[in-house]
Design a protein around this ligand. Sequence first.
Ligand code: SF4
Length: 350
Amino acid sequence: MNIPLRDFSELELKKEIAGLGEKPFRAAQLAGWLYKKAALTFEEITNLPAPFKEKLKARFCVNSLSLVSKDISAEDHSVKYLLRTQDSHLLETVLILQGKRRTICLSTQIGCKMGCRFCASGKEGMIRHLSAGEILDQIAWVNQDQQCHSSNLVYMGMGEPLDNYDHVLKSIRAAGAPWGYEIGQRRITVSTVGVIPGIRKLARENLNQLKLSFSLHSPDNAVRAKLIPSNRKYQLDEIIDALKQVRDQFKRKITLEYILIEELTDRDEDAQGLAKICLGLKAKVNLIPYNRIEDEAFKRPSREKIQAFQQELEKAGIRVTVRYSAGQDIDAACGQLRLREERKARPKRS
Ligand code: SF4
């Protein structure tokens, strides 16, 4: 496997180029192609000498991912890319369009060990982390395909970002850097189900414009542990304590993600518990009506129930948005398309 060139920070790229006996300015030239022009192949790079390109080709690749399929939602025009890694794993990247805003939802792992019951990505366990380069290569695919620069990033695709802390952090720095994609921290959101060591580490980074989103999904420890098995390891009150550290450090409001599942997370006591946590964290809430995945029997509440739940929170003075998953008609919910393709590709047992 060749090493993705986007795996390197600016300094590391300079060292690699120097190691090949080339002049330092070649690193800036190469970074321009990688980030500003979102090149996918060496053939697109026109202003580097052929012998230098040959040296690069022997060890590195411009983009480590290949396109398997691309689907455009007829409902909201979101675009889902199914991409293949060099070692033949599938991952999903979604472009969400809202007015002028072009948000890429990035995957950070192949599979996921958190095993959340409402999520297809965790259904078959964890396979491996994605490298920083593989995360950044997803952005290049979207930017080149759309012939534009994406404006926002959300780390909410396949995988738990804070379980792959170092690669995710490196990709955030490259995404925001002047030599990188130049997507400011204010326009980057990292989502977590509550990996406490990662949250505490993040609070100590100089990333105070970054947005953090916490997947709460139930204010009740026992119910939450049923939905998110990792809650047995990282208990809710400890997670909230770590989130307070981020809230005090960062200049951004934390967002709580909350999936509404009929008779499990949409009860009156859930709204009251959620309101209490929100007020304590000074957080805002995204309500996400449940999107059915294979193998699970949960149900989405009625529209009236969703509205009543929203009003209950608003009465308590909480900022609430209801977010229906983008591109339901193209299986844009996290990991569904990959899971279906992996299962199709498997030999059938007799
Ligand atoms: S919701 Fe996120 S953390 Fe949970 S299994 Fe899916 S990808 Fe992993």
